[in-house]
Design a protein around this ligand. Structure first.
Ligand code: FAD
Length: 417
């Protein structure tokens, strides 16, 4: 049992660390967050802002391997892999490839669905009770297709999502499509509208969440990396950080895509690869879309906020490469041009990349660190960290305090690897 006189240390001030701290402090525990950089400035900063139970199907769909290989050969593919001699990357892709079949894809979806559903309810509570200023809107999400064949083909996925996960979409063609979204170019084949999805502005969420945590007494230490963890007793851990040593009762590791870099510190390596994605944030165009849009054929996502407009996407496995590749940024503009009357505006306020923490089974890692009972892992949220954050934070808090978990934790266990 934890010594409640010592704080719980949350390592990582991304959306997952913020949510863990939020639910831990609600139980009356003292909480310290440390981040090696600034709170909220990792992958959680300028993502597309979708809170989207509709995205329940993992990347490991049948045929994903072929699509990846074809993508590697096309210079303008939104999916790219920088080939290099890297045994961990090869192992990751091998395990990913093994899971690209219907049974494993559905097993992954079954695992993440409860986190998505619970997070949606918890977000509604957070928006009502904590009054976060983050442009929260419940307008759904519209998938738009250029080709009739692709549009019609999606009906099989819709049927599957409706039958297995109760996530139905409304099919829209002709006037019905343009009545819902007049910013679309004429001549598009059709769209599928997920009315149950929501969106928010992630940079504003992180700023609001930081203010809320500070007001609840959470100590947030920035520019403070974790360098070592020493078990000092059953009920305590000595954390060695850039700002000195801190004695804590328990440690929550919410270090996102950087988690494997902490293998020496915790004695366990998270099987995560960074999946780089880009976004462009700009003022709202004059003909701004009314609702968030996804264009599956170019894999570009469009998020209109009251305070701005964002294009985002691409998935690049290039390790911890810190460059902003202009060709890949341009794919965002090109991918939106085919669908929107006014796909972008000037000036671009932020050109950004983030490393998504990608697991090969698409399922996050939440649970006790193997061999370290005083450390709980909360990472590997892939492309849906924002959408799964509140339920992850609540589950972590329940696991740390020994309360009955509101979701079965087994599918997320680090021991599954
Ligand atoms: C282009 C793009 C669009 C996306 N769109 C969406 C979307 O619409 N909806 C959605 O649900 N998800 C989306 N995602 C995914 C989502 O952004 C991520 O899943 C999520 O941000 C991961 O959160 P995190 O807290 O785990 O990681 P991060 O936000 O990266 O936070 C981890 C933190 O840990 C800190 N850290 C690491 N090592 C240490 C250390 N040694 N000591 C101290 N601190 C450390 C880092 O500095 C960082 O701040 C998108 C991602 C991208 C790239």
């Amino acid at each position: 049992m934890n010594d409640s006189t010592k704080p719980v240390l949350v390592v990582g001030g991304g959306v997952i660390g913020a949510a863990c701290a939020h639910y831990l402090v609600e139980t009356g525990l003292k909480v310290v967050i440390i981040d090696r950089e600034l709170f909220g400035e990792g992958c959680s900063l300028h993502n597309c802002g979708y809170v989207c139970p509709s995205h329940v199907l993992p990347l490991t769909e049948p045929g994903a391997v072929g699509a990846t290989l074809r993508g590697m050969l096309k210079p303008n593919s939104p999916f790219s892999v920088k080939l290099r001699p890297d045994l961990r990357l090869a192992h990751w892709f091998f395990r990913f490839a093994l899971r690209c079949n219907e049974a494993d894809m559905l097993a992954g979806a079954k695992a993440i669905h409860p986190l998505l559903k619970s997070s949606m309810s918890l977000y509604r509570e957070l928006m009502a009770n904590d009054a976060f200023d983050c442009d929260w809107q419940e307008k759904g999400l519209l998938y738009v297709y250029e080709s009739k064949e692709n549009f019609e083909c999606y009906s099989k996925i819709n049927e599957l999502l409706t039958r297995k996960f109760e996530e139905p979409a409304t099919s829209l063609e002709g006037d019905a499509l343009y009545d819902l979204e007049p910013a679309l170019k004429p001549g598009l084949a059709g769209g599928w509208h997920y009315e149950g999805d929501a969106h928010l502005r992630s940079d504003m969420l992180m700023a609001s969440w930081k203010a809320s945590l500070l007001s609840k007494g959470v100590n947030i230490m920035e520019n403070c990396a974790l360098n070592g963890l020493l078990d000092i007793s059953d009920a305590g851990v000595l954390a060695k950080t850039d700002s000195g040593e801190i004695e804590v009762s328990h440690v929550v590791m919410a270090t996102g895509a950087l988690s494997p870099k902490l293998a020496n510190v915790i004695g366990w390596r998270a099987p995560i690869q960074p999946g780089k994605g880009y976004s462009l944030t700009m003022p709202r165009p004059d003909t701004c879309p009314a609702i968030p849009l996804v264009f599956p054929e170019t894999r570009v996502a469009v998020t209109p906020f009251s305070s701005g407009y964002r294009l985002g996407s691409t998935m690049e496995f290039s390790g911890y490469d810190q460059t902003l590749n202009p060709k890949r940024v341009d794919l965002l503009r090109k991918g939106a041009e085919r669908f929107l009357l006014e796909p972008y505006s000037e000036p671009v306020e932020t050109t950004w990349y983030g490393w998504r923490p990608m697991t090969y089974d698409s399922v996050p890692i939440i649970g006790t660190c193997p061999g370290r009972p005083n450390i709980t892992i909360a990472t590997g949220h892939n492309m849906l960290g924002l959408s799964m954050a509140p339920a992850t934070g609540k589950l972590v808090s329940e696991l740390v305090t020994g309360e009955t978990p509101h979701l079965a934790p087994e599918p997320y266990s680090p021991n599954r690897f």
